[in-house]
Design a protein around this ligand. Sequence first.
Ligand SMILES: C[S@@+](CC[C@H](N)C(=O)[O-])C[C@H]1O[C@@H](n2cnc3c(N)ncnc32)[C@H](O)[C@@H]1O
Length: 309
Amino acid sequence: MAKPKRPIRMPPKVQPSVLKPIPGKVADANPRFRPKVLPLVVGGALLYFGATYTTMLVYKSKQDTQNDIERREAGVEDSELTPGNFDTSTIWNKIAADYDKEIATDEFWMGIGLLRRWLIGKAKGDVLEVSAGTGRNFEHYKPDHVTSLTFTDKSPSMLEEAKSKFEEYNSNFKKAFVAFKRADVQEIGSLTTDDGKPMKFDTVIDTFGLCSCSDPVEAILGMVNACKDSEDARILLLEHGRSHYDWLNNLLDKNADKHVSKWGCWWNRDFMSVFEDERVTRELDIEKVSRWHLGTTYYVIAKKKSKST
Ligand SMILES: C[S@@+](CC[C@H](N)C(=O)[O-])C[C@H]1O[C@@H](n2cnc3c(N)ncnc32)[C@H](O)[C@@H]1O
């Protein structure tokens, strides 16, 4: 007997009502394939910043290696540099006049200006910026939010650059008291006015300075001492150091000597370990940390611990 033929199944007809646009919403034929815009944008940004950072880093390492070869050919002694035997101020005094020109392009492509704006926009009240360099943060301060601005740096040449740059911004800060002082960040807690009164601050800022000083723990403790005893006082930091990734840390380690002798900065510091030091944990609470450029750029907001807790 012949088998009965199976009925041919036709695909179900799409109900027109499924495709009907909901008033006020864009029609979406298949919601399962709706692109997730936020993760794409965030992922793309991270990839972009990671890639630009790696490119800059490899390029800088090559440059540093070339300088090293030239140094050896010129018969300059190759010594093991450490924060104990090498004061980076000599470098800063030498490169002050060219500093802005040298780093402007790198900062632009890495989006550092945006991170500066994000951080410095939070400054308020009496503000101290340590290791202020050539004043690359001036443009980001909100004049209505600050009562006074004090800029310090250990290098007289960097401070001179900052002072002359500030002339451009003077008119924005007519209502604020502004001062420039030469000071080591480690001694910043005992800063005084010209007539000898102790100076204390609502906001203490450091951007890319902790890679240059000899002892970042002492520097942070100095900043804590410079804060007012107030619930609202904050320390705002934008720094750079070791990455999340070993392959990158190996590159930073391998070139640390050459890099510090050209750029005055120890770029392989384990920055977060500063906040694990017992002397720091006793004094400071971390409110926010975010890391960029494969973990090498650190954005940190910290608060002096209240004496009563
Ligand atoms: C990489 S530059 C950063 C400058 C500026 N903060 C910026 O964001 O462009 C490092 C600065 O730290 C300063 N510096 C290095 N050691 C210091 C110390 N012990 N105390 C104060 N400033 C120091 C240098 O003179 C230099 O101006």
